[in-house]
Design a protein around this ligand. Structure first.
Ligand SMILES: Nc1ncnc2c1ncn2[C@@H]1O[C@H](COP(=O)(O)OP(=O)(O)OP(=O)(O)O)[C@@H](O)[C@H]1O
Length: 231
């Protein structure tokens, strides 16, 4: 579903992303680890088309992103660390607004179904966003991604600032989405979450993707050791 081929991006003479290649299968969850400044967000921004690579190729669902910008926009969703929503609208109103922007008009029942599926408690659906916690905002972000029928969801540090229960709920939701065929690509510092949610872990160091590890058969301690040896 996602292919990066020899991807490079330089800022001020420094390679933020250096000749990075990888593939992510449909229905899998790829977690990108690495120190601050390793190039994780730049990689996501390249896939989202926010910035252009100096060299290399990006394919999403076999389409080159540069020549298929509209179709790629429809297929992808982005959940930043802090999900930007309207504080004076309720969760359901935000979801309705962003679904319509993406060209979808849903009944109230269907909107509620999306929010519930994303893990948002029913009593919160009608509350103003200004009363929501970070985890609740993120759930609306996930609901928006599902409502706009995105095949691929990019996330930047999704568990940062979430309490352990919210983080565990997030893991469950991601796994359910992957089971339904969604592909998830996230940048994270959360080794514990990465090993639980991820299908594959990539470790970036100074712009290069230096490790790709399947999570089957490894635990958080083993991943932490490998990470510390690598970076
Ligand atoms: N717009 C920009 N202009 C100049 N340099 C940039 C820009 N965006 C990123 N960089 C540089 O590119 C490198 C990679 O940054 P990036 O944000 O991708 O790292 P990251 O792995 O996501 O880090 P963090 O974990 O802190 O979010 C860093 O050296 C950063 O300073």
């Amino acid at each position: 579903m996602l292919i990066a081929k020899n991807l490079s991006k330089t800022y001020n003479g420094k390679k933020a992303v250096n000749n990075v290649s990888f593939q992510v299968e449909q229905g899998s969850i790829f977690c990108l680890l690495g120190q601050n400044g390793a190039g994780k967000t730049t990689t996501i921004n390249l896939f989202l088309g926010f910035i252009k690579p100096d060299s290399g190729q990006i394919l999403i669902d076999n389409e080159e992103i540069e020549s298929n910008a509209t179709s790629i926009k429809e297929k992808t969703a982005y959940i930043p660390e802090t999900v930007q929503l309207y504080g004076n609208l309720s969760g359901i109103e935000n979801l309705d607004f962003f679904s319509r922007l993406a060209g979808y008009k849903y009944s109230q029942e269907k909107l509620q179904e999306f929010l519930t599926k994303a893990g948002l408690q029913e009593e919160a659906h009608l509350q103003h966003l200004s009363t929501y916690s970070k985890g609740m905002r993120q759930k609306v972000g996930i609901a928006v991604a599902v409502a706009k029928n995105a095949d691929v969801i990019f996330m930047d540090e999704p568990t940062s600032g979430l309490d352990p229960k919210a983080s565990a709920e997030f893991t469950t939701t991601c796994k359910e989405l992957a089971k339904e065929g969604k592909t998830i690509f996230m940048a994270t510092h959360d080794i514990f979450n990465a090993v639980h949610v991820g299908t594959t872990i990539g470790i970036m160091k100074e712009g290069s993707l230096v490790q790709q590890i399947k999570t089957s058969g490894i635990d958080a301690n083993q991943l932490k050791e490998l990470y510390l040896e690598t970076i």
